[in-house]
Design a protein around this ligand. Structure first.
Ligand code: BGC
Length: 434
């Protein structure tokens, strides 16, 4: 019954992210963020003061609503307002916030769980109000993105915002590009149907493949599995605290590496380096577990060096994710979608991410029982596959203004046959009319 509700709530999160697509398009990114924050706050209140189970369910639904709205609006908002030279670094603040949130929540949960009166869960759930208030305050003071203002016909306000954000009145060129992008966007009445057109194939493929692959790195499984491993290899009753401190700490800290490098070395290099690092760690962790635990799961006495080896490679794995697929899984989709399909494509991205987070969390324990250490090989295989995918299909987007992104597909060896340049299209029309 509870699991079924879990599914229902999850489905609800997804539904919301699809609705949030229209909200971001019609009411703007800022209002979507603000409503997300308010719903998250009310949800945290319901959970913290719950007297009956239904209150927990309603609270959880509201949190889902909040998450759907935030994931839909924050990455595209940042990519739209950031100067393109620092777009990567600024967008990655989103992932930094996720990792700090996970870290703080895990550490606090550990202590709240020890509260003698058994009311610790109220604090754990209620503290979700803190990020909610931060989003609400932030969204109240933030300007809406110029693209979103133009999209809603507020050109003059958009220009003023652009001048303010860029800190210079020399914005004519960029403003012209934004207006052009908005004009082609307004011509599109049905973004969902448009996204299915051949012309948008690269964006559609990326909106599905990137979040799918991000979850198939196995990051969430490694972090779920880490406390068990840590306990087994001798961290005793403090295993879950140690695990969340160590993996959570590395996850947040390593995100800074990508913040500082993504706009210099580019997205592709980070994806490929992170992939190689995760692959090697998965193989080493598999070998380490296989040699000591075998398939019966009975390790006998484990030496100290073994504990260091496993913990060490888990940390290197987490760092690999934290400077590649973690932040890039949100950055790249948010910067490659043209305005006319941006909200629709982002909601596909968010939904696919959530579906696979959910699916993997559901099947992980039974996979572990059946596959034993083979579970890590399963994810290692996907890491290899996704690295090949990036190598062949993802063009570099570093330093390309978001309104000019179509050029990267036109110049790409594979995607160019799907995406014709404007001049080619014009020629094709002339040819057809002759
Ligand atoms: C992913 C989450 C993951 C988190 C961990 C995010 O980018 O979407 O599934 O738990 O990173 O750092």
């Amino acid at each position: 019954m509870v699991a079924a509700f879990g599914g229902l709530i999850f489905g609800y999160d997804l539904g919301i992210s699809v609705c949030a697509s229209s909200i971001t398009r019609i009411f703007g990114r800022r209002l979507t963020m603000l409503s997300g924050g308010i719903l998250f706050l009310v949800g945290a209140g319901f959970n913290a003061f719950a007297q009956k189970v239904w209150m927990l369910i309603v609270g959880r639904m509201l949190l889902g609503f909040g998450i759907g709205c935030a994931n839909q609006s924050v990455p595209i908002y940042v990519s739209e307002v950031a100067p393109y030279k620092y777009r990567g670094a600024l967008n990655m603040m989103f992932q930094l916030a996720i990792t700090i949130g996970i870290f703080v929540a895990n550490v606090l949960n550990y202590f709240f769980a020890k509260m003698k009166n058994g009311e610790g869960w109220r604090y754990s759930l209620g503290l979700a109000a803190v990020p909610a208030v931060m989003i609400i305050i932030g969204a109240m003071f933030l300007p809406d993105s110029p693209s979103s203002l133009i999209e809603r016909g507020k050109d003059e306000k958009a220009k003023q915002e652009l001048i303010k954000i860029r800190g210079t009145s020399d914005v004519d060129e960029e403003f012209k590009d934004l207006v052009e992008a908005s004009q082609s966007s307004m011509a599109v009445k049905h973004p969902w149907a448009t996204l299915l057109k051949r012309h948008y194939r690269p964006q559609l493929v990326m909106a599905i493949a990137i979040p799918f692959f991000q979850q198939l790195t196995g990051m969430n499984v490694i972090t779920f599995y880490a406390p068990v491993l840590f306990r087994t290899i001798g961290f005793g009753s403090n295993a879950s605290l140690m695990s969340s401190m160590i993996t959570g700490g590395f996850n947040a800290l390593a995100t800074f590496v990508s913040i500082f490098t993504v706009d210099k070395v580019g997205r592709r290099k980070l994806f490929l380096e992170g992939g190689a690092q995760m692959f090697i760690c998965q193989i080493v962790i598999t070998a380490a577990i296989a040699s000591k635990f075998g398939v019966d799961g009975n390790p006998g006495i484990l030496p100290k060096w073994y504990a260091f080896l496993v913990v060490g490679f888990i940390c290197i794995y987490v760092m690999g994710f934290a400077w590649s697929w973690g932040p890039l899984g949100w950055l790249v989709p948010s910067e490659i979608f043209p305005l006319e399909v941006r909200s629709a494509a982002q909601s596909i991205n968010v939904s696919v991410n959530m579906i696979f987070t959910f699916a993997i969390a559901q099947v992980f324990t039974s996979m572990l029982c059946h596959m034993k250490f083979g579970l890590f090989i399963f994810f290692a295989f996907f890491v290899l596959l996704m690295s090949g995918f990036i190598h062949k299909f993802l063009p570099e987007t570093k330093g390309v203004p978001i309104e000019e992104m179509s050029v990267v597909w036109q110049n790409h060896s594979y995607w160019k046959k799907f995406v014709k340049s404007a001049s080619e299209e014009a020629n094709a029309k002339v040819d057809n009319s002759c």
